[in-house]
Structures are given as structure tokens and as C-alpha cells.
Design a binder for this molecule. Sequence first.
Ligand code: ADP
Ligand code: MG
Length: 672
Amino acid sequence: MLNTPLDAKILRSKDSYIAKLKAMGIFTVEDLLFYFPRAYRDEKDFISINEMKKDQVNVISAKIKFIRNTQTRSGKIMTRAIVADSSGEIPVLWFNQAHIKQMFFKGSEIILTGKIKESQGRLIMMSPKYEKPSKILLHTGRIVPIYPESEIITSKWLREKIHHLLSYTSYIKDYLPEWILEKESLMSLEDAVHHVHFAEDEDALKQARKRLAFDELFFIQLEALQSKAIWQKSYEDNPLKISGGVDEDFLSALPFELTTAQIRVIEEIHNDLNQNFPMRRLVQGDVGAGKTVVAAAAIHTVLKSGFQAALMAPTEILARQHYKSLMKLLHPFQYNIQWLVGSMSKTDKEKVLMQVSRGTCDLLIGTHALIQENVVFKNLGLAVVDEQHRFGVKQREMFNQKGRPHMLSLSATPIPRTMALTIYGDQDLSILDELPPGRQEIITRLVPEKKRSDAEFWVSDQIAKGRQVFVICPLIEDSEVIQVKSATDEYKRLCEEVFPEFKLALLHGRMKSHEKEYVLKAFACGDIDILVSTSVVEVGIDIPNASIMIIEGADRFGLAQLHQFRGRVGRGTHQSYCFLFTDSQSLDALQRLKLMAKYSSGFDLAEIDLKLRGPGEVYGLKQSGIPDLRMASFGDTELLKRVRNCAQTVIKEDIHLDKYPKLKKKLKQISS
Ligand code: ADP
Ligand code: MG
């Protein structure tokens, strides 16, 4: 059976290997069968000895004419052999593998895979992989699976053991309904597991991987859609139901006309408010797309109906900025708007908390201080979470315990739509894909080191004309301490050597929040010309007179993040610039940075970066809750769509999956 525990007997192996497998999370036959290769070597095509080419991998089947161990002067064991086939012969050399001599004799058949080199005018095969010929080859002469390895658990060992257990695949029950297998022409799970390890040909491997990729995405989708559907059904009626659209008073009080995209998203939100269950919507929009006013419209509607609202931002700086923006946007309506952050004095906090629990505070803005236990709302109707990817799912859920409010998440991290639908499948998605009119193109350049002083000269000219500058220091490892040091060094260099005539300030994550506040205020009112900063400046800061963004060590950042930095300028009337510096010589890195100059949409850049670097690099999997896929890729839009369709059909047909017991069992197993 598949759940048979692995032991020394069943694997014909030593206990130390079993222990190591356990440490890798592999306990049962099933675990090992589902430990998939990370890559393959295609060594299927045998050639004859006279066809072998230098410096490429050759696979041959030959007979040993001579084999012998000798010792080199340095004490190494050298195994020398000569092998031959009908076309010719070639010498072979291995180091420190004396056991080969025990496995093969003069006259033995042998399969060899490896490179040939020229040595003293003769061709020689160096340390090839070897195997005895048999009906089934595992390590050579086939599509050879390469596994994630771990000390003694080598690919070679895994190939043997997994092959030994292959007969167990007949116990694998396919949990996908027949109609999905047919509609998507998917290979059976049993065959897929077999072929993902030991495929007969490329097509079989492709089909196997497609099947396993499908499953991987399918369960992510199924879980999200099911949780959404169950949650929606759990409401007979919605005590927070609010009908009608956004009101005229709000619109006429705005200092600008809304964009078509803003109007559309505000409508989508108002439709949600009028449903039988609370809203759960994610609004994605590029930096500067105008998400705040969209949130303000929703907040106004909810407050007007007599409920309270909350807005949570990831940093105090950002919370403070939202506080100011919303005070302005909602000014005509005389709401009681308060703010709450960790650094406030106890008495100030208590005052605010009192108003919140009594219901006299209409809108509470702040950091994660908002979701602490001591914050009790009288009747929370709407929770807005800005830069939602900065918060964990759990943190967002904590709002739910404060009255199951409508939830509106905002994000400027441009995740391509199909990917967002997969990982945030439990939310509805709105995309603000239009910037307010009059936004200028930010001129972006990758500046070579030899042009640095020209660029610095040009920048000082701009400052003399009244412009302000951001300098972002490189991301160094994960250590904040090191980052702070490098930012401090760069700050000194700029103060002393480059811009002695201007006023500079330093901003980093180690500073106290009132210090940061002070610096930002001084920068905002023009007292500071150049703000040297670590990546804390990434989100939200709005300084219209700043028109130059300089990014050092730009190759260390993802395109989406560089784009966020770039969004800090171009907010006013002055033509704005983004200059990227890097000391990387890597062609790939330079190529990637050049794309910044070419593309101005964060969504385009994210999509490209996703293809170039994968989601782990682009979004930092651990923080963002984006799952680490083994088989599928978030870049595979077509598959994502098909999977989503199937999952939707299943959930529509049977929300609790009672018609699909195998599917239900598997989903439970995966999500537990
Ligand atoms: P983000 O989507 O990055 O949060 P904001 O909501 O901070 O963007 O908006 C960026 C700037 O654009 C703000 O100064 C805001 O007042 C302005 N803005 C928003 N919508 C419009 C619009 N429709 N027309 C003109 N300016 C707008
Ligand atoms: Mg914003």
C-alpha cells in the first residue's frame, strides 16, 4: 500500500538513509514516489564510438577490452579501461572509483555517458557515468531524472530506490473526475508518477509533467474557490448590506475627475456592498493609479450608512499619509477620523480606543496596531488593507474577528491577472489599469559607471533649479544592519565628495518613527534636497517636487520593485528621471535593467520578471504567501485559465465535493 512506511527492508538500504529521508519529510512509499525530479538529462540517444564528439555528452554502449586500477603518485586510485564497439575503441579514465573494477571485467558490456577530452593527442573519455546494460537503464542512456539531493541521498540512490518502488504506482487512485481527465486530455495519475521519474520518451515526460502541474494548480484553486463559496453561503443575509452607488456629494467634492477605471472599480465595490455576503475584494493598481480615492469612496458609503471603517497600512509613514489624504477627501462630511499607531503614548491610544468602542470614531487609520486585541469597534462595516501583500493572511483575517466587515485590499504589487486569480482566488479582483491624465513618462536610463560624474553634475544642476532627489541604496543580503551601514556610507560620500553644497538627509528602517517622520516632513517641504534612503522609501511616499530617482545596485532589485521606486517621482509637474546604477557585469542583469527603460507599466514588468526570474525571486515567496510550485509555473497563463475553469465547474456543481469523495479526501489531505 502507498502508506507503507519506508524502512531498511523495503528499500534494501541502511538505516542511516531512512533517517535522512525522514529528515527530508519522506516517510512513506507515497512520499518517495511523489518526490519529483527537479531536472532531467536527455541521454536517450546512443551513438557509436566513432561518432563521439569532443566536449559534449556522449552516450555509448560498448564492451570492455581492458580494465585495471593503478595508483597515482599522489595516492589516488585511477581506473583505466579501454572500451570498444563495432565502430572503434576509446580509453576511459576514472579517479577514486576503485569499485568499478569490481563491477566490470574484460568482456563485460557497459553503458557510458560522459564527455571526451583530448589528452596528449589522444581522445579519452573522462569520468563517465556508467551502468550495466539491462532491459531498464536508470542512470544512463535514457531521460535521466535529477533529484533535489541532500548529502547521502544522491540522485543515483534515489533513482534506484524509486524505481524499486514503481510497482506501487498501481495503488495510486486518481482523484480527478473522469470528465476533467477527458476534457483536458490528461494522463492518469498513475502513469504520470511513473513517467515523471522514468519516462520512455519526451512526449511521455511532457504529458506526465502537464498532469502533475495541472493537479498542483487545481488544488490551490479548488481550495480558494471552495472557501470563498462556503463563506458566501454562510450568510443568509448580510447585516452590512448597503444599496445604491457612490453619492453625488462625494464626487462633486473631489478635486479631480475620476478615471474610467476608477469609476468602474468603485462600481464593482458598490455592487459588492449590496450582496448577501460581505465584500472580499482586491484592487490592484500601479503606483499612482489612484487607489486611495477608490478606498475613500467605499469608506464614505459605509460611514454614511452608519457603520465604522478602518484603514490599515504597513508603515507609520504610509498610515500618516493616508490620514492626511482622507482628511482632505472626506473633509466636507465632518467624520470623526482618528489614527492609531504603535508609537503613540498610552493615554493617546486609550483616548482613541474609547472613541472606537463607543462608535464616536467613524474612521480609524493606522498600522497593524489596528488589529490588536484591545481594539474593539462598535460596528465595523469596512476594513481596508493597503499594500495587502505586506500583511499575512492571518493578519487580514483578524479584522474578521472584529465584526466580519466588508474587506477591501489594495495592492500596488503588480501580479499578472491569471496568477492573482490563482493565489488570491478567495477574493474578487479589480484592476485599476489606467493612470490619471497628465501623468508623464518618467525618463529611465541605465547609467554606466564611466558616466557617473556626468550624471552627478547634471543632477546638481537640476537641484540648483529647485528639484529634489531620491537616492536608493542597494539591498545587501537580508541584513538590515548591513543595509543601514551601506546607506550611511553612501550618505557620507554624497555629502562630502559629491554634493557638499546641498542639504542631504538619511532615511532607514532603524530610525525611530518620529525621526523618519521628521526627515520626510523636511523633505516634503523642500528643506532637504537629496534624500538618501534604504528600500523603506518603497511604498506610498508622495513628494510632488521630487523629480529624480537614483537607484544604486539596481540589479539587486526585482523589476516590480524598481518600478515602485520609480513611482516615487513623476508625481508633480516637472519632467522626472530615474537613473539606474549597477556594478554587475552580468549580461542578463544588464538586459533586465534595460527593460526598465522600455516598459512603463508595472504589470508588464512583473510579467517579464516572472518569466525571467520566477515568482520566488520576484515576490519573495515567504513573505507574500505565494506558493512555491514544483511542477507548474505561474507564467503558464493558458494552463492557469483551464485549471480555474475546471475548479469553478466542480465548485458550482457541488460546493462540499460530496459527489467527488476522492477529490474531497485529497483536498483535505493537502490543506491540513
Ligand atoms: P496609489 O494608487 O499609488 O495609492 P494615490 O491614491 O496615492 O495612488 O494617488 C496618487 C496621486 O494621484 C494622488 O496625488 C491623487 O490625489 C492623484 N489622483 C488620484 N486619482 C486622480 C484622478 N482621477 N485625477 C487626477 N489625480 C488623481
Ligand atoms: Mg497608495
